[in-house]
Design a binder for this molecule. Structure first.
Ligand SMILES: *Cc1c(COP(=O)(O)O)cnc(C)c1O
Length: 388
Protein backbone atom coordinates (compact mmCIF):
# COMPACT_ATOMS: atom_id res chain seq x y z
CA UNK A 1 0.00 0.00 0.00
CA UNK A 2 1.28 3.49 -0.83
CA UNK A 3 1.53 6.21 1.77
CA UNK A 4 -1.73 7.18 3.50
CA UNK A 5 -3.36 10.59 3.40
CA UNK A 6 -0.97 13.20 4.81
CA UNK A 7 -3.71 15.08 6.66
CA UNK A 8 -4.93 11.96 8.40
CA UNK A 9 -1.41 10.85 9.26
CA UNK A 10 -0.90 14.23 10.93
CA UNK A 11 -3.82 13.66 13.33
CA UNK A 12 -2.53 13.42 16.86
CA UNK A 13 -3.78 10.41 18.78
CA UNK A 14 -5.77 11.48 21.81
CA UNK A 15 -3.52 12.43 24.70
CA UNK A 16 -6.32 11.66 27.08
CA UNK A 17 -6.54 8.01 26.15
CA UNK A 18 -3.61 6.91 28.32
CA UNK A 19 -5.18 8.41 31.42
CA UNK A 20 -8.65 6.97 30.80
CA UNK A 21 -7.32 3.47 30.15
CA UNK A 22 -5.28 3.72 33.35
CA UNK A 23 -8.47 4.75 35.20
CA UNK A 24 -10.35 1.79 33.74
CA UNK A 25 -7.55 -0.53 34.81
CA UNK A 26 -7.81 0.78 38.38
CA UNK A 27 -11.56 0.24 38.51
CA UNK A 28 -11.02 -3.34 37.31
CA UNK A 29 -8.52 -3.84 40.12
CA UNK A 30 -11.28 -2.91 42.56
CA UNK A 31 -10.23 0.66 43.38
CA UNK A 32 -12.85 3.34 43.92
CA UNK A 33 -11.97 5.91 41.26
CA UNK A 34 -13.57 9.36 41.33
CA UNK A 35 -14.08 9.96 37.65
CA UNK A 36 -14.24 13.55 36.46
CA UNK A 37 -13.27 12.77 32.89
CA UNK A 38 -16.73 12.30 31.37
CA UNK A 39 -17.62 14.41 28.37
CA UNK A 40 -21.34 13.70 28.52
CA UNK A 41 -24.24 14.22 30.93
CA UNK A 42 -24.71 11.39 33.44
CA UNK A 43 -28.52 11.51 33.09
CA UNK A 44 -30.50 9.00 31.07
CA UNK A 45 -32.22 10.23 27.89
CA UNK A 46 -35.75 11.29 28.94
CA UNK A 47 -38.35 8.55 28.47
CA UNK A 48 -40.61 10.54 26.18
CA UNK A 49 -37.75 10.81 23.68
CA UNK A 50 -36.95 7.11 23.87
CA UNK A 51 -40.64 6.30 23.47
CA UNK A 52 -40.94 8.46 20.34
CA UNK A 53 -37.98 6.68 18.75
CA UNK A 54 -39.38 3.28 19.72
CA UNK A 55 -42.74 4.24 18.18
CA UNK A 56 -40.96 5.33 15.01
CA UNK A 57 -39.23 1.96 14.80
CA UNK A 58 -42.53 0.16 15.27
CA UNK A 59 -44.13 2.29 12.56
CA UNK A 60 -41.41 1.23 10.16
CA UNK A 61 -39.59 4.55 10.02
CA UNK A 62 -36.40 2.72 9.21
CA UNK A 63 -35.50 3.92 5.72
CA UNK A 64 -33.43 6.87 4.47
CA UNK A 65 -34.80 10.31 5.19
CA UNK A 66 -34.13 13.35 2.97
CA UNK A 67 -30.43 14.31 3.10
CA UNK A 68 -30.97 17.30 5.42
CA UNK A 69 -33.22 15.35 7.76
CA UNK A 70 -36.92 14.57 8.32
CA UNK A 71 -38.85 17.66 7.10
CA UNK A 72 -40.81 17.73 10.37
CA UNK A 73 -37.54 17.90 12.32
CA UNK A 74 -36.17 20.72 10.15
CA UNK A 75 -39.47 22.54 10.68
CA UNK A 76 -39.26 21.99 14.46
CA UNK A 77 -35.66 23.27 14.45
CA UNK A 78 -36.70 26.32 12.46
CA UNK A 79 -39.29 27.03 15.17
CA UNK A 80 -36.72 26.38 17.91
CA UNK A 81 -34.34 28.95 16.38
CA UNK A 82 -37.14 31.51 16.27
CA UNK A 83 -38.35 30.79 19.80
CA UNK A 84 -35.05 30.30 21.63
CA UNK A 85 -32.58 32.36 19.62
CA UNK A 86 -34.64 35.00 17.81
CA UNK A 87 -33.29 33.66 14.53
CA UNK A 88 -35.10 33.29 11.22
CA UNK A 89 -33.77 30.13 9.64
CA UNK A 90 -36.09 28.51 7.13
CA UNK A 91 -36.17 24.69 7.23
CA UNK A 92 -34.18 24.81 3.96
CA UNK A 93 -31.38 26.57 5.86
CA UNK A 94 -30.93 23.69 8.30
CA UNK A 95 -29.08 20.38 7.91
CA UNK A 96 -29.29 17.65 10.53
CA UNK A 97 -26.14 15.52 10.70
CA UNK A 98 -24.78 12.56 12.68
CA UNK A 99 -23.83 14.53 15.80
CA UNK A 100 -22.60 18.06 16.39
CA UNK A 101 -19.13 16.73 15.72
CA UNK A 102 -20.18 15.58 12.28
CA UNK A 103 -21.88 18.94 11.66
CA UNK A 104 -18.63 20.76 12.50
CA UNK A 105 -16.50 18.47 10.34
CA UNK A 106 -18.85 19.16 7.40
CA UNK A 107 -18.76 22.91 8.11
CA UNK A 108 -14.96 23.02 7.89
CA UNK A 109 -14.88 20.88 4.76
CA UNK A 110 -17.53 23.03 3.11
CA UNK A 111 -15.82 26.29 4.03
CA UNK A 112 -12.08 25.75 3.71
CA UNK A 113 -9.63 25.72 0.85
CA UNK A 114 -6.10 24.47 1.37
CA UNK A 115 -4.12 26.99 3.37
CA UNK A 116 -7.11 28.90 4.74
CA UNK A 117 -6.63 29.94 8.36
CA UNK A 118 -9.15 29.47 11.14
CA UNK A 119 -8.83 31.34 14.43
CA UNK A 120 -9.37 29.15 17.49
CA UNK A 121 -9.51 30.67 20.95
CA UNK A 122 -7.55 28.44 23.34
CA UNK A 123 -8.31 26.53 25.54
CA UNK A 124 -10.33 24.88 22.78
CA UNK A 125 -12.43 21.78 22.24
CA UNK A 126 -9.89 19.26 21.07
CA UNK A 127 -11.52 18.25 17.80
CA UNK A 128 -11.49 21.70 16.16
CA UNK A 129 -7.80 21.79 15.14
CA UNK A 130 -7.80 18.25 13.81
CA UNK A 131 -11.00 18.78 11.81
CA UNK A 132 -9.56 21.96 10.33
CA UNK A 133 -6.30 20.26 9.35
CA UNK A 134 -8.14 17.35 7.75
CA UNK A 135 -10.14 19.90 5.72
CA UNK A 136 -6.85 21.41 4.51
CA UNK A 137 -6.98 24.48 6.74
CA UNK A 138 -4.52 25.85 9.26
CA UNK A 139 -5.64 26.38 12.86
CA UNK A 140 -4.35 29.63 14.34
CA UNK A 141 -4.59 29.63 18.12
CA UNK A 142 -5.43 32.59 20.30
CA UNK A 143 -4.02 31.68 23.68
CA UNK A 144 -5.70 32.88 26.85
CA UNK A 145 -4.93 32.21 30.50
CA UNK A 146 -7.00 31.88 33.66
CA UNK A 147 -5.98 35.47 34.54
CA UNK A 148 -7.79 36.61 31.40
CA UNK A 149 -10.80 34.54 32.44
CA UNK A 150 -10.02 32.42 29.36
CA UNK A 151 -11.57 35.09 27.14
CA UNK A 152 -10.20 36.52 23.91
CA UNK A 153 -10.69 40.20 22.97
CA UNK A 154 -11.33 41.95 19.63
CA UNK A 155 -7.67 43.05 19.72
CA UNK A 156 -6.58 39.43 19.43
CA UNK A 157 -8.57 39.11 16.22
CA UNK A 158 -7.17 42.38 14.88
CA UNK A 159 -3.65 41.19 15.56
CA UNK A 160 -4.02 37.74 13.98
CA UNK A 161 -6.27 38.47 11.00
CA UNK A 162 -4.56 37.93 7.64
CA UNK A 163 -5.99 37.79 4.11
CA UNK A 164 -6.03 34.01 4.56
CA UNK A 165 -8.20 34.09 7.69
CA UNK A 166 -11.45 32.47 6.66
CA UNK A 167 -13.26 31.88 9.94
CA UNK A 168 -13.20 32.03 13.72
CA UNK A 169 -14.70 29.39 16.01
CA UNK A 170 -16.65 30.68 18.99
CA UNK A 171 -17.77 28.14 21.59
CA UNK A 172 -19.73 29.86 24.36
CA UNK A 173 -20.28 28.39 26.93
CA UNK A 174 -16.98 26.63 26.41
CA UNK A 175 -15.77 23.11 26.67
CA UNK A 176 -13.29 22.86 28.50
CA UNK A 177 -13.48 26.10 30.56
CA UNK A 178 -17.23 26.52 31.18
CA UNK A 179 -16.72 30.23 30.47
CA UNK A 180 -19.42 32.13 28.60
CA UNK A 181 -19.07 35.50 26.85
CA UNK A 182 -21.55 38.27 27.63
CA UNK A 183 -23.71 39.47 24.72
CA UNK A 184 -21.63 42.69 24.54
CA UNK A 185 -18.38 40.72 24.38
CA UNK A 186 -19.75 38.45 21.68
CA UNK A 187 -20.89 41.37 19.60
CA UNK A 188 -17.49 43.08 19.88
CA UNK A 189 -15.70 39.88 18.84
CA UNK A 190 -18.07 39.43 15.93
CA UNK A 191 -17.59 43.03 14.76
CA UNK A 192 -13.82 42.55 14.69
CA UNK A 193 -14.27 39.38 12.66
CA UNK A 194 -16.73 40.93 10.22
CA UNK A 195 -14.40 43.88 9.63
CA UNK A 196 -11.96 41.39 8.09
CA UNK A 197 -14.64 39.33 6.34
CA UNK A 198 -14.02 36.42 8.71
CA UNK A 199 -16.92 33.97 8.98
CA UNK A 200 -18.12 33.10 12.48
CA UNK A 201 -18.65 29.46 13.34
CA UNK A 202 -20.75 29.52 16.49
CA UNK A 203 -20.74 26.22 18.38
CA UNK A 204 -23.78 26.61 20.64
CA UNK A 205 -23.95 23.03 21.87
CA UNK A 206 -24.07 24.17 25.54
CA UNK A 207 -26.64 26.94 25.03
CA UNK A 208 -29.10 25.46 27.53
CA UNK A 209 -26.50 24.71 30.18
CA UNK A 210 -26.13 28.20 31.59
CA UNK A 211 -26.53 29.32 35.17
CA UNK A 212 -27.15 32.34 37.41
CA UNK A 213 -30.13 33.40 35.31
CA UNK A 214 -27.98 34.15 32.28
CA UNK A 215 -28.97 33.31 28.72
CA UNK A 216 -26.73 32.41 25.85
CA UNK A 217 -27.10 34.74 22.88
CA UNK A 218 -26.69 33.53 19.31
CA UNK A 219 -24.03 35.28 17.25
CA UNK A 220 -26.23 35.31 14.16
CA UNK A 221 -28.95 37.23 16.02
CA UNK A 222 -27.07 40.54 16.39
CA UNK A 223 -27.76 41.95 12.92
CA UNK A 224 -28.30 41.11 9.27
CA UNK A 225 -24.55 41.42 8.72
CA UNK A 226 -23.83 38.93 11.52
CA UNK A 227 -26.53 36.60 10.22
CA UNK A 228 -25.02 36.55 6.74
CA UNK A 229 -21.53 35.67 8.04
CA UNK A 230 -22.42 33.20 10.78
CA UNK A 231 -22.78 29.44 10.73
CA UNK A 232 -24.65 28.17 13.77
CA UNK A 233 -23.94 24.65 15.02
CA UNK A 234 -25.88 22.90 17.76
CA UNK A 235 -26.99 19.41 18.69
CA UNK A 236 -29.04 17.13 20.90
CA UNK A 237 -26.21 15.36 22.77
CA UNK A 238 -25.76 17.70 25.69
CA UNK A 239 -29.15 19.43 25.92
CA UNK A 240 -31.19 16.24 26.04
CA UNK A 241 -28.54 13.81 27.23
CA UNK A 242 -28.58 12.11 23.83
CA UNK A 243 -24.87 11.61 23.13
CA UNK A 244 -25.35 8.11 21.73
CA UNK A 245 -28.12 9.13 19.36
CA UNK A 246 -25.68 11.05 17.15
CA UNK A 247 -27.70 14.06 16.08
CA UNK A 248 -26.43 17.58 15.50
CA UNK A 249 -27.43 20.39 13.17
CA UNK A 250 -26.08 23.31 11.19
CA UNK A 251 -27.91 26.47 10.15
CA UNK A 252 -26.65 29.29 7.98
CA UNK A 253 -27.00 31.21 4.74
CA UNK A 254 -28.76 29.24 2.00
CA UNK A 255 -25.81 28.81 -0.43
CA UNK A 256 -23.59 27.52 2.36
CA UNK A 257 -26.22 25.06 3.59
CA UNK A 258 -26.85 23.86 0.04
CA UNK A 259 -23.15 23.06 -0.38
CA UNK A 260 -22.93 21.36 3.01
CA UNK A 261 -26.01 19.31 2.20
CA UNK A 262 -24.44 18.14 -1.06
CA UNK A 263 -21.36 17.02 0.87
CA UNK A 264 -23.52 15.19 3.41
CA UNK A 265 -25.43 13.46 0.62
CA UNK A 266 -22.21 11.73 -0.40
CA UNK A 267 -20.72 10.91 2.98
CA UNK A 268 -23.70 10.11 5.21
CA UNK A 269 -26.85 10.18 3.01
CA UNK A 270 -28.80 11.31 6.06
CA UNK A 271 -28.74 10.94 9.84
CA UNK A 272 -30.41 8.01 11.61
CA UNK A 273 -34.14 7.97 10.90
CA UNK A 274 -35.72 6.84 14.16
CA UNK A 275 -33.28 8.94 16.20
CA UNK A 276 -34.66 11.97 14.35
CA UNK A 277 -38.18 11.10 15.47
CA UNK A 278 -36.90 11.03 19.04
CA UNK A 279 -35.40 14.47 18.44
CA UNK A 280 -38.74 15.84 17.26
CA UNK A 281 -40.28 14.73 20.57
CA UNK A 282 -37.35 16.31 22.42
CA UNK A 283 -38.00 19.69 20.78
CA UNK A 284 -41.76 19.47 21.24
CA UNK A 285 -41.92 18.12 24.79
CA UNK A 286 -38.43 18.01 26.31
CA UNK A 287 -38.26 21.39 28.05
CA UNK A 288 -39.09 20.10 31.54
CA UNK A 289 -36.32 17.54 31.50
CA UNK A 290 -33.77 20.18 30.48
CA UNK A 291 -34.79 22.34 33.43
CA UNK A 292 -34.39 19.42 35.82
CA UNK A 293 -30.94 18.51 34.52
CA UNK A 294 -29.70 22.12 34.52
CA UNK A 295 -30.84 22.54 38.12
CA UNK A 296 -28.81 19.48 39.18
CA UNK A 297 -25.77 20.68 37.24
CA UNK A 298 -26.01 24.10 38.85
CA UNK A 299 -25.96 22.63 42.37
CA UNK A 300 -22.90 20.56 41.50
CA UNK A 301 -21.23 23.53 39.83
CA UNK A 302 -21.57 25.65 42.96
CA UNK A 303 -20.22 22.88 45.14
CA UNK A 304 -17.27 21.93 42.94
CA UNK A 305 -16.32 25.57 42.37
CA UNK A 306 -16.43 26.32 46.12
CA UNK A 307 -14.32 23.27 46.96
CA UNK A 308 -11.83 23.84 44.14
CA UNK A 309 -11.41 27.57 44.87
CA UNK A 310 -10.59 26.76 48.50
CA UNK A 311 -7.53 24.66 47.58
CA UNK A 312 -4.32 26.63 48.19
CA UNK A 313 -2.29 27.04 44.99
CA UNK A 314 -5.21 26.40 42.62
CA UNK A 315 -6.53 29.26 40.49
CA UNK A 316 -10.07 28.69 39.38
CA UNK A 317 -12.25 30.66 36.98
CA UNK A 318 -15.93 30.42 37.88
CA UNK A 319 -17.74 28.49 35.15
CA UNK A 320 -20.88 30.16 33.75
CA UNK A 321 -22.09 27.22 31.71
CA UNK A 322 -21.59 23.69 30.35
CA UNK A 323 -20.55 21.09 32.98
CA UNK A 324 -16.81 21.57 33.25
CA UNK A 325 -14.40 23.34 35.54
CA UNK A 326 -10.85 24.11 34.41
CA UNK A 327 -8.56 24.86 37.35
CA UNK A 328 -5.06 26.26 36.78
CA UNK A 329 -2.63 23.97 38.59
CA UNK A 330 0.59 25.50 37.23
CA UNK A 331 1.73 26.73 40.66
CA UNK A 332 2.56 23.13 41.59
CA UNK A 333 5.26 22.96 38.92
CA UNK A 334 3.96 19.88 37.12
CA UNK A 335 2.81 19.72 33.51
CA UNK A 336 -0.84 18.73 33.12
CA UNK A 337 -0.14 15.13 32.05
CA UNK A 338 2.20 14.44 34.98
CA UNK A 339 -0.25 16.12 37.37
CA UNK A 340 -3.18 14.06 36.06
CA UNK A 341 -1.24 10.82 36.06
CA UNK A 342 0.01 11.23 39.60
CA UNK A 343 -3.42 12.39 40.81
CA UNK A 344 -4.89 9.20 39.41
CA UNK A 345 -2.17 6.92 40.75
CA UNK A 346 -1.90 8.48 44.20
CA UNK A 347 -5.51 9.51 44.91
CA UNK A 348 -7.55 7.62 42.30
CA UNK A 349 -9.04 10.78 40.82
CA UNK A 350 -9.41 10.90 37.03
CA UNK A 351 -9.20 14.30 35.31
CA UNK A 352 -8.27 15.29 31.75
CA UNK A 353 -4.89 17.01 31.23
CA UNK A 354 -5.35 20.56 29.90
CA UNK A 355 -2.67 20.07 27.26
CA UNK A 356 -5.30 18.19 25.24
CA UNK A 357 -7.21 21.48 25.02
CA UNK A 358 -4.15 23.62 24.36
CA UNK A 359 -3.65 24.64 28.01
CA UNK A 360 -0.91 22.76 29.84
CA UNK A 361 -1.39 24.91 32.96
CA UNK A 362 -4.80 23.40 33.65
CA UNK A 363 -6.78 20.20 34.06
CA UNK A 364 -10.43 19.61 33.17
CA UNK A 365 -12.98 18.19 35.56
CA UNK A 366 -16.48 17.36 34.42
CA UNK A 367 -19.18 17.58 37.08
CA UNK A 368 -21.42 15.19 35.21
CA UNK A 369 -21.26 12.93 38.26
CA UNK A 370 -22.95 12.60 41.62
CA UNK A 371 -22.57 15.07 44.50
CA UNK A 372 -20.92 12.40 46.70
CA UNK A 373 -18.27 11.85 44.05
CA UNK A 374 -17.67 15.59 43.88
CA UNK A 375 -17.19 15.88 47.64
CA UNK A 376 -15.02 12.79 47.92
CA UNK A 377 -13.02 13.54 44.79
CA UNK A 378 -12.30 17.14 45.71
CA UNK A 379 -11.13 16.10 49.18
CA UNK A 380 -8.65 13.78 47.47
CA UNK A 381 -7.69 16.48 44.96
CA UNK A 382 -6.98 18.87 47.84
CA UNK A 383 -4.92 16.25 49.70
CA UNK A 384 -2.88 15.60 46.56
CA UNK A 385 -2.17 19.31 46.09
CA UNK A 386 -1.11 19.67 49.71
CA UNK A 387 1.58 17.03 49.17
CA UNK A 388 3.12 18.82 46.16
C1 LIG B 1 -19.96 17.55 22.83
C2 LIG B 1 -19.54 18.68 21.96
C3 LIG B 1 -19.93 18.78 20.61
C4 LIG B 1 -20.74 17.80 19.82
O1 LIG B 1 -20.99 16.58 20.33
P1 LIG B 1 -21.87 15.54 19.52
O2 LIG B 1 -22.07 14.44 20.49
O3 LIG B 1 -21.08 15.13 18.32
O4 LIG B 1 -23.14 16.22 19.14
C5 LIG B 1 -19.56 19.90 19.91
N1 LIG B 1 -18.82 20.87 20.46
C6 LIG B 1 -18.43 20.81 21.74
C7 LIG B 1 -17.65 21.93 22.29
C8 LIG B 1 -18.76 19.72 22.53
O5 LIG B 1 -18.33 19.66 23.79
Amino acid sequence: MKKLNDGILAIKPSQTLAISSLAKQMVEQGHKVCNFSAGEPDFDTPDLIKQAAADALKQGKTKYTPVAGVPKLCQALSEKFKRDNGLDYKPSQIVVSCGGKHSLALVFQTLLNTGDEVLIPAPFWLSYPEMIRVAGGTPVFIHTTSDQGFKITPQHIERLATPLTKAIVINSPSNPTGVMYTPAELRALGEAALKHDIAIISDEIYEKMVYDGQTQVSMAAFSKEFYDSTITVNGFSKTYSMTGWRLGYTAGPEPFIKALSALQSHCASAPNTFAQWGAIAALERGAASIAEMVKAFDERRRRIFALMSAIPGVKCVRPDGAFYIFPDISSFGLDSVTFSKRLLEEEHVAVVPGVAFGADACVRLSYACGMREIEDGLARFARFCSKL
